[in-house]
Design a protein around this ligand. Structure first.
Ligand code: UDX
Length: 451
């Protein structure tokens, strides 16, 4: 029989792929623990509620203009969402709280990067927990922003990129989680807002697991007085298809079925990162010259100035003769779990990094911005489960790094280490494992919150 807890949770994701996915995965976990789930979602990047019949959806009108919604300035978008969602979100939450027919709401769980929700929740006397969708190691760096600023690391100077950040080994200055923006102050505001909002929340939930980020979690445990719950990897807790904003092209699975075990390089730079036309061509030639089969996700619009594959030279695809397969969006978790995949050339978004770890696939790291840079340094220098592409995006360098990751002894050692991490990821979800226990602790904590 369905054992409901008689308590409702209201979840509010940041409406971007890398944030919606873990929030809905968390919703599934908490639903399976007996909570009723209400999702407040913007119309921007909205989900089809019929795919989630077990959740109740409420959509809010955030009133982004067409140009605001299509901006490539991620920080500006996040700042706008924090401003424009305020009124509609508060009205929606107040309405939900006044509904006496539904079960009482135990708490709000919002994306950490939507800190305006803290004041709304306080105003409505509802406890607020946060979900931090990125890793704990990068959060330690975000939490250190004021210190790093005081010590002169920001704004980052090109002449100092290779210097170590002595306060945060093994990071170099070039690994600090920044992003290009028209307004550099906006970065500090968004980061500090996220960290300060998390500090005064009723608890922080992390899509990570203890044996992966033990040291960062311990640091955060000392710096933050609120409880923290590392209960990932979410996508392995409950098998459910991932919410995808783009249509996944299943043709790549049939193509992978025809490839030799561990021979394919899977290339994807996530849902936001974009590259120049020159870089796109270097990637194309580097992959071709490597002689390895490759599956390449080229998201429409992800190359500056092109819609899709226009920069490729005429006859390029025919020349590959089936050795390369290009799609607009792949069923990534299925791809990474496929026996033909031997390496993942990734931008190191946190979801991709975790998905690669969980399938034991060595990474070639090409971080683009923010937490991706920290994740990539941890993958290459701390966990040693990947190689970092750091000498520029030239075809010869690409060929060389693919050989390192796939053909040489270094590649074998990397594979051994990532298989060991995969084991740990599996273990933490089993009875007695850290995330298994963490979910139990989280449920107890939520039920103890007094609205
Ligand atoms: C964004 C930020 O860029 C990143 O820094 C932060 O860590 C999370 O949010 P994003 O670019 O979306 O990340 O990458 P990532 O976190 O890796 O998430 C991408 C998701 O899309 C993954 O769950 C992945 O499985 C999925 N995906 C990606 C597909 O399903 N198909 C694809 O072809 C590519």
């Amino acid at each position: 029989m369905d054992q409901r807890k008689g308590r409702r949770l209201v979840l509010f994701p940041l409406p971007l792929q890398g944030h919606i996915t873990p929030m809905l995965q968390l919703a599934n976990i908490l639903h399976s623990e007996g909570f009723s789930i209400t999702i407040i979602h913007t119309y921007f990047n909205s989900r089809n509620p019929s795919n989630y019949p077990h959740f109740t959806f409420h959509f809010i009108q955030e009133s982004l203009s067409e140009s605001e919604a299509s901006t490539t300035d991620l920080l500006a978008l996040v700042a706008l969402l924090n401003t424009k969602c305020l009124g509609p979100f508060r009205d929606c939450l107040a309405r939900l709280l006044s509904d006496v027919v539904e079960e009482p709401i135990a708490c709000l769980i919002s994306d950490a990067i939507l800190p305006f929700t803290q004041a709304v929740a306080e105003d409505l006397k509802l406890p607020r927990m946060v979900l931090r969708t990125g890793g704990a190691s990068s959060f330690v760096v975000f939490a250190a922003f004021p210190l790093l600023r005081d010590r002169g690391y920001f704004p980052i100077q090109d002449s100092r990129l290779e210097e170590s950040v002595t306060e945060l080994p093994p990071l170099k200055i070039k690994d600090l989680p920044v992003i290009k923006t028209r307004d550099p102050e906006a970065l500090y505001r968004v980061v500090n807002g996220m960290v300060d909002g998390a500090k005064v929340s009723s608890g922080i939930i992390w899509n990570t697991f203890e044996s992966l980020e033990e040291s960062a979690l311990a640091t955060l445990g000392q710096q933050f007085s609120v409880p923290i719950f590392p209960i990932g990897p979410f996508h392995k807790c409950i098998p459910a298809s991932s919410p995808s904003l783009l249509t996944q092209d299943q043709s790549c699975i049939c193509w992978l079925d025809k490839q030799a075990p561990k021979s394919v390089i899977y290339v994807s730079f996530g849902s936001i990162a974009a590259i120049s036309g020159t870089d796109f061509l270097e990637i194309a030639w580097g992959l071709t010259n490597s002689k390895q089969p490759f599956l390449w996700v080229v998201r429409p619009g992800s190359t500056h100035g092109s819609e899709w594959l226009e920069p490729l030279p005429r006859g390029f695809l025919e020349m590959l003769d089936g050795r390369g397969h290009i799609v607009k969006w792949a069923p990534q978790q299925e791809v990474l779990a496929h026996p033909a995949v031997g390496a993942f050339w990734t931008h190191n978004g946190w979801n991709s990094t975790l998905e690669s770890v969980c399938e034991g696939v060595p990474m070639i790291c090409m971080p683009c911005f923010t937490d991706q840079k920290v994740n990539a340094r941890y993958v290459s220098d701390v966990w040693k489960v990947g190689v970092l592409l750091e000498n520029g995006l030239r075809r010869e360098e690409i060929e060389r790094i693919i050989r390192r990751a796939m053909a040489e002894k270094e590649g074998e050692e990397i594979r051994g280490r990532i298989l060991c991490l995969k084991e740990k990821a599996n273990h933490c979800l089993k009875q007695g494992g850290s995330s298994y226990e963490g979910i139990h602790n989280l449920v107890t904590h939520i039920l103890s919150l007094e609205a």
